[in-house]
Design a protein around this ligand. Sequence first.
Ligand code: HEC
Length: 271
Amino acid sequence: MKKLLIGVLAAGLGLTLTTAEAAQTPAPPEQEWSFDGIVGTFDRAALQRGLQVYREVCSGCHSLKYIAFRNLSDLGYTQAEINLLALEAVVVDGPDDEGEMFERDGRPSDYFPSPFPNDRAAAAANNGALPPDLSLMAKARKGGPDYTYAILTGFEELPENWKELDEYSFLPRDFKLQEGLTFNRYFPGHQIAMADQIAMAAPLAGGVVEYADGTEATIEQMSHDVTTFLMWTAEPKLEVRKAWGVKVMIFVFVLTVLLGFVKKKVWADVH
Ligand code: HEC
C-alpha cells in the first residue's frame, strides 16, 4: 500500500515537472553588477548614464513616481545640477483659485512626473498594455535586475520555423505572435507591447542616446546602465544596508573571539 502511494506521488510529481518544463520561460541570464556581493556599491557613472537613458527613452511611457528630483543627490549631482534637472520637467499642480489644474516648471522637491495623465490613457497609447511604474521594477520580478536587463536586450524576431528549432522548445506549440506585439523570450507570455510605435520593435536601439561622458551607447551598455539606475530607484539605501552588514559581521566575529577567551578563563578554574 505504502509503495503504491509513493509510486502515485512520484508519478504525479514527474508529471508536474514535465508539464512545468514544457511551458517554462527561460531564466534571465545572470549579469555582473557593481552592487552584487556583500560589499557591492553603485557605479556612479553608470547611475548617471542610466538616468539619461530613463529620461530620454523610458520616461516616454513609464512613470517613476517614487523618486523625487532631490533624491538624485545620491547619484553625485550637485544642488545646481538637480535644480536644472527639475526645471526641465513640466509638473501639473493645482487646483488654483479658479479650481483649475495648471502646469509649472519642476522643483527639486517634485516627484518625477508621469508621462500619461492616467492608466487608461497610458494603456490606450500602448496597444492596450499598461507600462508599469519602474520605481520598484528591478526588485519586483523574479531574477531582479537580471530580469530587467533580459527584457531590454531580449527583443528578437521569431524565426518562421521556430517549431523546428530546439532553442524555442520552451514555447507552447500553438504559440502565435499577436499583431503589434514583439517577441521577447524572457517576458511571461513571450510577447510584449513595449514597442516604439514610430521606428522599431525595441525601445533601445544602438545610438538612441548620446552619452554625455562619451561612453558608446550600445544596446547592452544602455540596458546595463538603466538597470543599474533602476536598482538604485528600487533600493536607494542598498549601499548603507550592505555597509551595515559588513560592520555587523565584523562585530559578531570579534565578539565570538572575545567570548571564547572569556569561556576559557571561566572554565580554567573548574578543570
Ligand atoms: C513606447 C512605450 C515604452 C517605452 C519607450 C518603454 N517601455 Fe517598457 N513597457 C511598455 C509597455 C506598454 C509595457 C507592458 C508590456 C506588456 O504588458 O505587454 C512595458 C514593460 C516593461 C517591462 C516589463 C514589466 C513587467 O511587467 O515585467 C520592463 C522591465 C520595462 N518595460 C522597462 C523599460 C525600460 C527600462 C525602458 C527604457 C529603456 C522602457 N521600458 C521603455 C512601454 C514602453
